[in-house]
Design a protein around this ligand. Sequence first.
Ligand code: CP
Length: 334
Amino acid sequence: MLTTLRGKDFIATQDWAVEGIESLLDVSHDLKRRFALGEPTRLLPDKTLFMIFFDKSTRTRNAFEAGMTQLGGHAHDLTPDVMQISHGESAKDTGIILSRYGHGIAIRHDTEPGAGDTYIREVACHADVPVINLQSDVDHPTQTLADLMTIREKVGTNLKGLKIAVSWAYAPSYAKPMSVPQGLVSLMTRFGMDVTLAHPPEYTLMEPILRDAENNARLSGGSFQVIHDMDSAFEGADVVYPKSWGIEQLFGQPDQALAISGRYKDWIADARRMALAGPNAIYMHCLPADRGYEVTDDVIDGPQSVVYDEAENRLHTAKAIMALTMGGKGSGRA
Ligand code: CP
């Protein structure tokens, strides 16, 4: 286990060595056990995390705020409209000032392709405290870390040869960010999994992410393929993760986006498709899910669904990320 993660940003899992990710999981499991026992875990007493949400959140916001309280510190729950960001204050100035006041900065900026990752990295470039990505246009690393933890708990620790289907699914509610499927294909390929990405042709992921996934699979001994057929992706899968995301070029054009997504209403996780998967397959979703569109109630509420345990793991992994990057032992900013 690495003990030198203090000060390290957590912006994309691809920025972290597998050994660092394993250290986060190790601590997540320990914190989960101690939470279940009711043991105090005041690892960050008197420390402050500034959370800036450019977009809405239930799980991420509350996992980090509750997690920070449980670690003995305090999380400020901020939105751009209550900050000078809304008057155009730069990422640089925001990063420097918040660094002077506290011990970590966490940002969600996920609905504008090309903007969020750039903004978060600009803050991190000027901050001298760790910066945590709470979901960008590119990655949702605090989600996929919890997903990895959940897969290990449910399916086993050796992921080599395990088949995961990351599939697009129809949702009429809004253009969901691309960062969850992107984060999944880039992280799971690093652990030797056989990753199948399925989506209608219009829903391609960002090119650098696809290249990372291919390279990761080659290095880990796993595999990565992209197909346009949800049934084929489900066939024999050990893990199915169907969810909606938007078209990169149409995030600002909801009418056009809906006109295209409406052609693919049959991309739904239902009992017929679950029967195509392996007999012990688990159903995952980061939530919120569009029930009746992305997934039927009998699947998301059924015995193969692990969505609530997956959501719970957001808390334990959030605490591990904060404890190791904002506290702990080490040589300072990595
Ligand atoms: N999965 C997830 O990030 O949920 P929230 O949008 O509610 O934070």
